[in-house]
Ligand binder design. Structure first.
Ligand SMILES: C[S@@+](CC[C@H](N)C(=O)[O-])C[C@H]1O[C@@H](n2cnc3c(N)ncnc32)[C@H](O)[C@@H]1O
Length: 222
């Protein structure tokens, strides 16, 4: 790993890596004003790179704080010609409020967020009401939040919080989820779970209204 991938110092100097807390003027950053799609928790980056190849007219931003993954993906981005990808560094909960304007994102993908299975760790889970409100605020009208998990307890918690957010509408009324998703690439975790025969809960929510008011738990907007 150490020799094959860029050092973190080299990553930090790379033009496709952004360690930012404020809006970087995305159209200026990409050199165009094409639609923006965000992946939260990109892991080894295969999903965002596959998406960027499939949709060259879309600009992709992927955020994570996992150094090994960031080093791997920046090294690959340096070899591939994928000008429509930027990696943003940091905790999505802290960074997203400042780095995106309201209504700026076409789609948000959260693939297999850490489930923190122990009850005493549930508070560490990413998808909580305040963060869901922030994500909805950043979506444009009719934009879509797409989430996948293999973890039933986390699914139950997420679907409860997502359903309570009035600005989002579930695209799968009834069960609230679907068990297959074939229109976008599979992630590393997804492939592992599918190979192991584990069921997966895929959720899709459309932004259907403005977020009513700042959620009490939302971080201060920059
Ligand atoms: C279980 S892995 C899934 C990776 C990838 N999405 C996949 O499906 O293969 C979860 C990823 O989310 C990242 N992550 C967890 N919490 C995060 C946060 N608050 N902000 C940004 N990334 C986060 C982790 O570093 C890790 O890379």
């Amino acid at each position: 790993m150490t020799k094959r991938y860029f050092s973190f110092d080299r990553v930090q100097a790379h033009p496709q890596f952004l360690d930012i807390a404020e809006w970087p003027d995305w159209p200026n950053q990409f050199g165009n004003d094409r639609p923006l799609k965000l992946e939260i928790g990109f892991g080894n980056g295969n999903f965002v790179m596959d998406m960027a190849v499939r949709e060259p007219d879309i600009n992709f931003i992927a955020i994570d704080f996992y150094h090994k993954g960031i080093r791997k993906v920046i090294t690959q981005l340096d070899r591939l010609h994928l000008p429509n990808v930027r990696l943003a560094y940091g905790d999505a909960k802290e960074r997203i409020p400042g780095i995106f304007q309201d209504g700026e994102l076409d789609e948000i993908y959260i693939n297999f967020p850490d489930p923190w299975p122990k009850k005493r760790h549930h508070k560490r889970r990413l998808l909580k009401p305040a963060f869901i409100a922030t994500l909805s605020r950043k979506l444009k009208m009719d934009g879509v939040l797409r989430i996948a998990t293999d973890h039933e307890n986390y699914f139950q918690e997420m679907i409860e919080f997502l359903s309570a957010e009035d600005s989002l509408e579930n695209r799968h009324p009834g069960a609230g989820y679907v068990t297959a998703r074939d229109d976008i690439p599979r992630t590393k975790y997804e492939k592992n779970f599918l190979n192991a025969g584990k069921p997966i809960f895929y959720m899709d929510f459309t932004k259907c209204a403005e977020v009513a008011a700042p959620h009490p738990g939302e971080p201060a907007l920059v």
